[in-house]
Structure formats: C-alpha cells, structure tokens
Design a protein around this ligand. Structure first.
Ligand SMILES: O=C(CO)[C@@H](O)[C@H](O)COP(=O)(O)O
Length: 230
C-alpha cells in the first residue's frame, strides 16, 4: 500500500451518473464484471443541487444486475424522507450531506436503525469541524472534490489538504476505521495522490464510463493508485 498510515484497502466505486441511463442495467453488470468493488448511486433532487437524477424505483431493480454493495449518495434537501425507501430499495450504505440536516445525529441513528451503514458527505466549502461530534458514529466520510451536481468537473486541488487534515482528525479522535471516500474529477492522473494522503474509497464517473472498456478503466485506476486489493 503506498500510504503508510491508511489501514484500509482500496475500493473503487463507479458513479453511474456518467453511465448510459438508457441501458443502466447493462452498465451496472459491466462494471461489476469489470472489477468494481461497489456501486455509487447519485441521487439528486433538483433542489439541493441543480441536477435531477433518480430514486428508489430505479435503484431497486439494479440488484438484478449486480451483487455488489450499493451506496446511495443523497444530494437532496430532505434526506430523512429517503432513509426507509432507500433501505427497502436494497441500499447498503447511505451517504447524506452534513449541509442538509441540522439534526445529523438523529439522521445517523435513523440510517443505522434501518440496517444501513452511514456516510457523511461534505461539500468543498464545508469545514471538517462539522464531523467533530459524529465521526465516531459513522463508517465513512465522503470528501466532495468538486461541487456536487454534475459529472465531468475538474478536481479541486485544495481537497488534498482536506484529506490530510481528515486523517489527522481520525487519529486524534481514535476513529481509524472510518473510511475516506473522494468524489469528483478523479482520474488516473490524480488517484495516486489522493490515495497517498489517505483516501481509500474512490468514486469515478467519467474516468470509468467515458471509454470503451469498463474493465480497463477500473484496472487503470487501480494501477495508478498503486494499491493492492484483496
Ligand atoms: O456526485 C457526483 C457529482 O455530484 C459525482 O459522483 C460525479 O458523478 C463524479 O463524476 P466524475 O467527476 O468522476 O465524472
């Protein structure tokens, strides 16, 4: 492993936002067969972010195409209303934005209560401080490395320092088991750097779905990260 302070193995999560929605089942099957570790499902409500995507009725049938864990990244203004529907749709990890609910503790408990693991996402402008009281209660922090809403944007360079500072925070609070996921503008050019400072879960849309082979794109990301996968 290239990072000497990261206890986790690398996970690659294709973001289906960049897939061909007219053949979503096949796309999900292809990334599954191509070596992905989990599926990243971007749920947008046209309110918290300007874009609009899909919800539980589209997610539930994806189980027919893949046995990978599914994580839903809720970019919605009212995440609590989706906790139960997402659990029923078969979502394994629910990621909510810290900016969307003043009662984050209650939201975390309600996600756990439905048997899902919990991720908290932070926009680029949101300070890590908001995690101080909840880091010990969650499984993953999603550092947005672009402003959420669209695929194909450029990686925000300041994210590197944010990931480093999150690693220190994890150490200070005794939360080594919390995973660090990065999302937005990740490619073979920068994946090595984000992994070297502490990221262990990589979301990639354009880098995986824009070329001809899903398998080659996933394997290129893995090699560029320089990390062995179990
Ligand atoms: O959540 C989002 C965007 O809001 C991401 O999941 C993007 O879909 C990642 O796409 P690329 O930047 O990798 O194209």
């Amino acid at each position: 492993m290239s990072s000497n302070h990261n206890p986790h193995f690398l996970s690659i999560a294709p973001s289906v936002l960049s897939a061909d929605f007219s053949r979503l089942g096949e796309e999900v099957r292809d990334v599954t067969e191509g070596g992905a570790d989990l599926l990243h499902l971007d749920v947008m409500d046209g309110h918290f972010v300007p874009n609009l995507t899909f919800g539980p009725p589209v997610i539930a049938p994806l189980r027919k195409w893949s046995n990978l864990p599914m994580e839903a990244h809720l970019m919605v203004s009212n995440p609590s209303s989706l906790v139960e529907p997402m659990a029923k749709a078969g979502v394994n990890r629910l990621i909510v934005h810290a900016e969307t609910d003043p009662h984050l503790h209650r939201l975390i408990e309600s996600i756990r209560g439905k048997g899902m693991s919990v991720g908290i996402a932070l926009n680029p402008s949101t300070p890590l401080m908001v995690l101080e009281e909840v880091l010990g209660l969650i499984d993953l922090v999603l550092i947005m490395t672009v402003n959420p809403g669209f695929g194909g944007q450029s990686f925000i360079e300041g994210s590197i320092s944010k990931i480093r500072r999150l690693m220190s925070m994890k150490e200070r609070l005794g939360c080594a088991n919390v995973r660090i996921e990065v999302d937005g503008g990740i490619s073979t050019k920068n994946v090595g750097q984000v992994v070297s400072v502490g990221a262990d879960t990589i979301v990639a849309g354009t880098a995986i779905f824009s070329g001809a082979s899903r398998r080659e794109a996933i394997s290129a990301l893995r090699s560029a990260a320089g990390v062995m996968l179990v």
